[in-house]
Design a protein around this ligand. Sequence first.
Ligand code: NI
Ligand code: MN
Length: 226
Amino acid sequence: MNITYYGHNSFLVEFGGKKLLFDPFISGNGMASNIDVNSIEADYILLSHGHQDHILDAESIAKRCDATIISNFEIVSWYEPKGVKGHPMNHGGKYTFDFGTVKYVNAIHSSVLPDGTYGGNPGGFVIWNDENCFYMACDTALTYDMKLIPLMCPKLDFAVLPLGDNFTMGIEEAVMASSFIECKNIIGCHYDTFPIIEMDQNKAKTAFESKGIHIHLPKIGETINM
Ligand code: NI
Ligand code: MN
């Protein structure tokens, strides 16, 4: 499975023969100036919550690629009048798409759209098919609800966790989250984009590796195979 990092919480995951794009915030991210947003292809765009640093490029990419937005009911409803098709979900629900099953899980955060529209409850995604399963935590605090993931879903091959602190959990809580979700293969994100979420990468590596957890901190534009 190929995973390309576009900075912040933006990832393209090639899964089940489809291109799944998560939380595209590229044109507004000075750290991602090496990425040409117009060259990104997506079949589905998965949005975790309504904040600008997660949805900025979703409309333009969805229209250019005729992609379907998967998000909570409120966010999908906000995109419908803009001519963007979507599939609404809510917490605790799962649905099987043509690439695999998506479960929309809890995230402890907030969610409002850029024009002030209520953005529903923020979430994360667990996605699986017969071969693989992964978790995109997206913006969240550490929560005991993460312990439900191994009880409800197939064994995780990897998980993407925020590390930058301040707006989300930080390194220490992300290490605990890895234990809650029973996953020893972690990709870190949501750090260094803004000065208040700057992170010491060596500190992160040491914190995870001392617990026997493999941590990947891909460069922006890098594709890794998991
Ligand atoms: Ni946010
Ligand atoms: Mn964010």
